[in-house]
Design a binder for this molecule. Structure first.
Ligand SMILES: Nc1nc2c(ncn2[C@@H]2O[C@H](COP(=O)(O)OP(=O)(O)OP(=O)(O)O)[C@@H](O)[C@H]2O)c(=O)[nH]1
Ligand SMILES: [Mg+2]
Length: 455
């Protein structure tokens, strides 16, 4: 909020592209009313719908309703006017042109929300929830995003920050009394308070992780040798014949992505080419894409098939997979082994330590259990999710939790009260990144540029 923000007049079509009954052009910034009144040729009234014709210098473009929201009582916190006309792309473009000829400029993606953030109308997590609400694909996800937009998540984060601040004050006060500092802290119950904060972090991380899964979904890759039934499994899970299935090894080459909900959890399932050495140039490319997909997945379904299947064979494949992403950035994906074609033969006894599910893509047997194992592996419970969140929020919470842990260890290990205070201050900084109290410009730029224009 300390960063400089553009103060000029911006405009954009706020309704989706294409044709519709109503199309809304939104204007925000100083002079919004003055410019809109030129287009409308009428005086606008605060927060009242005013019927008017929209005109440029030469002709009448459309008619509709103009709504003026004086600053600061608007979405962006600036002076805002909405021109609600007919939802045709040409008409709306003409209105935009007219506004630009009067000094407005086209808004960048997410610029309205960014201004709302800079003007303190929304914090960063709430602004992100606007985008998540718009893109939510299930009722549960929409409900969770509304809760975050309302501030449920930010309140929890702010509560953590406040608790840490209170402790920091006590810890820093003790620094002035070097001989008695530990006694002072003991009397103030700082260790217990720190332990409680560690637990509070754990609870919020769990909820935020649910929220993250619900909003952004899971990337799940089907990986395995040719002909084991990866494409058949994709079709069975998707409930449609999306992928070509043949008994010829090497059928799939391109990546095929299907979006589906498994027990309310949004999943992007990716079918890949069977892994093998091949002389065929196209297949080689397919295999390279399959391998690249492994590192991008949250979960890899390693598909294997009876009857030629042994426990050691499965372990070898898991080992090969692990080697693929050793050295890659980010956490390695979880692996779930799927033993397919159980209608042909009973699966061999596999080591219980290997997480696996037995299915028949052909008959559908075992698919329900596979789905619940997948859900469990993702750490997703089907209970009502409290709020939406993103991966960056979960990462920040984890980083903050690690600092609070470190401060507790420093205190218990007698490592010096200064160190305890320093760890707590770092924890606060990580938490502040969630709501945008502490932010880097490149982070803000990245977040808002992912929004669509007009938001
Ligand atoms: N009996 C039986 N056959 C199956 C099952 N799943 C797949 N198949 C058959 O196995 C063959 C290969 O299936 P695909 O789904 O194309 O296998 P894939 O792993 O995608 O193969 P590639 O794309 O070549 O890597 C086809 O003939 C399928 O009908 C199953 O559960 N039971
Ligand atoms: Mg295939």
């Amino acid at each position: 909020m300390t960063d400089a923000v553009d103060q000029d007049l911006i405009c954009a079509i706020a309704t989706p592209p294409g044709q519709g009954g109503i199309g809304i052009v939104r204007l925000s910034g100083p002079g919004a009313k003055r410019v809109a009144e030129k287009i409308c040729a009428r005086g606008l009234v605060s927060r009242k719908a005013v019927y008017c014709e929209f005109k440029n210098a030469a002709e009448r473009l459309d008619d509709g309703v103009a709504l003026w929201f004086p600053a600061p009582n608007s979405f962006t916190g600036e002076e805002v006017v909405e021109l609600q006309g007919h939802g045709g792309p040409v008409v709306q473009q003409q209105i935009l042109n007219a506004l630009c000829s009067l000094g407005a400029r086209l808004a960048k993606p997410g610029e309205f929300s960014e201004r709302a953030f800079h003007n303190g109308k929304l914090d960063l997590a709430q602004a992100e929830a606007v985008a998540d609400l718009i893109s939510s694909t299930s009722i549960a996800a929409a409900r969770a995003a509304v809760n975050t937009l309302r501030g449920d998540f930010s309140n929890k984060v702010n509560d953590l920050i406040e608790r840490i601040t209170t402790l920091r004050v006590q810890v820093e006060a003790a620094i002035d009394f070097p001989d008695e500092e530990l006694e002072i802290l003991e009397q103030a119950g700082v260790v217990e308070a720190l332990k409680a904060i560690v637990q509070a972090h754990k609870d919020i991380i769990e909820s935020a992780n649910q929220g993250r899964l619900l909003s952004s979904g899971l990337q799940v890759a089907l990986i395995g040798a040719p002909n084991v039934g990866k494409s058949s499994l994709l079709n069975a899970l998707a409930g449609e014949e999306a992928a070509i299935v043949t008994d010829i090894p090497g059928t799939t080459r391109d990546l095929l992505k299907v979006d589906l909900l498994i027990n309310n959890l949004p999943i992007r399932l990716v079918d890949t080419a069977g892994l093998r050495d091949s002389e065929d140039t196209i297949e080689q490319q397919g295999v390279a894409r399959a391998r690249a997909q492994i590192a991008q997945a949250d979960i890899v379904l390693l598909v294997v098939a009876v009857p030629e299947l042994t426990d050691s064979g499965v372990k070898e494949q898991i080992q090969e997979l692990r080697e693929q992403f050793s050295g890659a950035q980010g956490p390695p994906p979880e692996i779930l082994v799927v033993v397919n074609k159980t209608d042909l033969a009973a699966p061999p006894d596999l080591d219980q330590r290997v997480n696996h599910a037995a299915v028949s893509a052909r008959t559908g047997e075992g698919l329900t259990e596979l789905k619940s194992k997948l859900q469990k592996l993702a750490g997703y419970t089907d209970d009502a999710t409290e709020f939406s969140a993103r991966a960056r929020h979960v990462d920040a919470l984890k980083a903050a939790a690690a600092q609070v842990d470190a401060s507790l260890l420093a205190l218990q290990g007698g490592l010096g009260v200064e160190l305890v205070a320093e760890e707590l201050s770092l924890a606060q900084r990580y938490l502040g990144r969630i709501t945008g109290d502490v932010s880097a410009d490149d982070l803000l730029g990245r977040i808002f540029s992912e929004f669509c224009i007009g938001k």
